[in-house]
Design a protein around this ligand. Sequence first.
Ligand code: FAD
Length: 414
Amino acid sequence: LCQHSTTGPIETTLCDYETIESVNGELYSVLSELVQMPFFKYFQADLYRECPFWQENGFCMNRECGITTVDESEIPEKWRAAALSKIELPPLEERVLLPGCYYRDSDFCFLDDMTEGEYVDLTLVPERYTGYAGPSAHRVWKSIYEENCFGLSELNLLTTRSPAQVTLPDTLTDVLREPINGENADGECLEKRVYYKIVSGLHASISTHICLEYLNQTTGEMGPNLECFVTRIASHPERLQYIYFNAVLLLRAVSRIGPYLRDYDYCSMSMPAPHDHVLPEDIQEEAKTLGTLSKVIDIAEHVGKFDERVLFRGENANILKEEFKMHFRNVSRIMDCVGCDKCRLWGKVQTTGLATALKILFEMDETALDPHINHHHLQRSEVVALINTLHRFSESLQAVEIFRDMWKKTAESD
Ligand code: FAD
């Protein structure tokens, strides 16, 4: 059974990794259904803002980099930007006084201005190999790692193991037994390590998707590329571990906000609507969305152990938290520098999703989580991003199984 160590949240999640492995098949299947539903498939983002940090001229001209946007008229009126900007917030005095209320400055994410931007149907733009690479992509990743406000010394961007040393572990437990590069070695504070794990885990998950649907130059078809996965992920076992770390973080956030999510309004009809205007399909659609989401929340409540209380405590806790927030916000702005539309879109979805999880875990107290007090606490785009990001990570964990099988078959045929 689970043995919890007392040295911090990273170690205490060891058991959770194994638990996630055992439920991921089911989690992935329910999430895959959920992200197809209208509430979760439309995402709005300002995709064509200028890069605020440097002149970006590395635009990817590959067909695979492009996306097709959805005309606003296809989006249920209630979910459009214009309708969202009409949502009335309580007067300012009440906002300050109301316990547990936090507004935009509490965010970890630089949310796009909801009055501008394109709508995208996420189900039509799979995250996969696009061909975006080279100096532009490297510059973005380097900047994200350098946003590590705490100046992490364990960052080891340019090290790779030689292929001869590569082994793909059979079980995740083997991965966990491997020491994590530099971890604890130099007394780095927990927040620094957590920042690095989040970013490196995101990078690893994106790479896993690239390797899962990689372009076979000979056949012109997309398919899993074992060598890609071994080079980018499996030869660095800690990267795989960070994918699990992010999955636990997201599940914990979903679990914490379970009652709020169960009470959220998923109906595309404006309410209250005259009784005869509510179509049975709308009611069915909403019930289906809620039913499927409830299954995700049930799994999250079962697995999502993550002791967030260990972070941002003690001396300088508030300064650390502010720094963490500021730098995470910058990560979302760096996304405007990604020179490939599809990559930028998924980068925005996932940084928004992770930022929402961080906000739920570190900014919201129990009162803030009360759906009756804080109905509009999370914007629709945050809820959509949270669930789609969890789906991305769950898909990466499924992909690991595929690559394990491929590895076994390759080993057997040798
Ligand atoms: P990169 O992945 O660019 O990595 C650069 C360096 O970082 C490596 O040399 C390595 O030392 C280090 N590194 C790699 N992974 C990790 C990790 N997990 N933790 C710590 N260090 C690491 N390309 C696509 O084809 N499809 C996409 O959808 C896509 N989305 C992207 C989204 C974003 C936000 C960005 C910035 C890039 C995206 N790209 C995408 C590009 C892709 O991530 C790679 O940059 C590209 O495939 C080139 O890979 P690479 O092997 O040169 O190394």
